[in-house]
Write a protein that binds this ligand. Structure first.
Ligand SMILES: [Zn+2]
Length: 423
């Protein structure tokens, strides 16, 4: 999965340029793309296996985009046919920067853009196929601020039994039936006999009939799908009739093979091409996680250090996700985003991961030791820069905040940070 992404190419829908692509083109046109800052910006938006982490929905994080240090948020998530995906930016700091939101479907042959937005703080799109999707969130050059990012989904259909929701589903799609000989091709919603069942969207009545399994049944077509209502006590529409969302179609009962069961609606969704689909994603919706503390913003962009021996970096913010690597005690990382119990982090070499919050501590607050610098050739400004340079004065006493591979991060009395190579 991860190795696939490396060779990914971005295919825009119908070759139409997104605002993001136009922006990159404009940087080239005015020759700004040659500047180090613009190059860093373009690089920050490049999707690679190192910078795309996985999350499950709903997802919320608190993050800061530093205008002087171009970054993007790139996250992968699983989508299900029937969902309305919603990506929503909540601006905590007062800023008016343009933020590019680009969503892609990750496929075997690369990536295909599925939706984009640059003039609004939310991106919403409908999922037509189960897939892995990826969102890139990136403010324009030299802009940024503090944001909460929410990724969730909402229902695309009204619920067929008014007053009930997807939380009232009693039997799910895929449950075993007839001692495992067949699978349940829909959902069951228990409700008193005579409760109205309604059209989940506008459409037209394709069939009103009676069969052994479903008893009195109705098929309604709309939005590219066929909706199946079964075990009805009464059918209140006729074949060919147009119905609007919310129109009553019939009444809950227990006809057909439900005759020994309490009255319930069996509801199914069928696609011409794929057959029976799981109705659940068409009805389910997520709530925004309000538990993320704004006070966590003080940790964003700061170095954190591993407190104990060997801690695990994860691909997703859950201990069930795969381990990307283990880090030794005192290893350093930058906190990019705060979740409820996790941080999204970058290692000094740029690799991204999630780590459980309590495994790390702020490096700045307690230095490991003080040392006197003796050799300027061992100093460099940035961990990733190949050729180091530094103009600080030697014989300074510096604080060692932690280490990464064979470098230590040191802090000068004037607050300046540098990397010092172990002798
Ligand atoms: Zn059923």
């Amino acid at each position: 999965m991860l190795s696939l992404l490396v060779s990914c190419k971005v295919d825009s829908i119908f070759n139409q340029q997104s605002e993001y692509e136009k922006y990159v083109e404009a940087l080239h046109t005015i020759e700004l793309a040659k500047t180090a800052l613009a190059q860093d910006w373009i690089k920050a938006g490049r999707i690679t296996s190192e910078n795309s982490l996985s999350v499950s929905l709903p997802y919320t994080e608190l993050t800061r985009f530093d205008p002087a240090n171009p970054k993007s948020v790139i996250l992968k998530y699983t989508v299900k046919e029937g969902q309305n995906i919603q990506i929503y930016l909540q601006r905590i700091s007062d800023d008016s920067s343009k933020v590019f939101l680009n969503a892609f479907a990750v496929g075997e042959k690369g990536m295909k853009e599925v939706a984009h937005e640059a003039d609004s703080d939310s991106l919403k799109y409908h999922v037509e196929e189960d897939a892995e999707h990826l969102i890139r969130i990136q403010p324009e050059l030299l802009r940024g601020g503090l944001y909460k990012i929410h990724i969730g989904f909402s229902a695309t259909l009204a619920f067929p039994v008014p007053g009930k929701t997807f939380e009232n589903i009693s039997s799910y799609y895929g449950d075993a039936r007839d001692a495992g000989r067949r699978k349940h091709e829909g959902i069951d919603i228990f409700s008193p006999r005579g409760t109205p069942v309604v059209a989940v969207m506008h459409g037209f009545v394709r069939r009103v009939s009676n069969n052994n399994l479903g008893g009195k049944v109705i098929f309604v077509s709309g939005g590219g799908y066929s909706y199946y209502y079964a075990h009805l006590d009464s059918q209140l529409v006729n074949i060919g009739q147009r119905v609007k969302l919310g129109d009553t179609l019939g009444l809950v009962g227990n006809t057909g093979n439900a005759i020994t069961t309490a009255p319930h609606l069996h509801f199914g969704i069928y696609s011409m091409r794929k057959g029976a689909l799981n109705p659940y994603p068409f009805f389910a919706s997520t709530k925004i996680d309000e538990n993320i503390k704004l006070s966590d913003s003080t940790f964003l962009g700061t170095y954190h250090r591993v407190k104990n021996m060997k801690v695990n970096l994860r691909e997703a913010p859950t201990t069930k996700s795969s381990i990307l690597k283990s880090l030794d005690k005192n290893s350093l990382m930058l906190v990019d985003a705060a979740l409820n119990n996790w941080y999204r982090i970058s290692l000094p070499d740029g690799e991204k991961a999630f780590i459980y919050k309590t495994l790390v501590e702020k490096a700045d607050e307690n230095s490991l030791k003080s040392i006197v610098l003796t050799d300027s050739t061992r100093l460099k400004d940035s961990y990733i820069q190949k050729s180091g340079y530094f103009s600080g004065s030697l014989k300074d006493t510096v604080e060692v905040l932690g280490d990464y591979k064979n470098y230590q991060l040191v802090k000068f009395p004037n607050g300046y940070y540098a990397w010092y190579k172990a002798s």
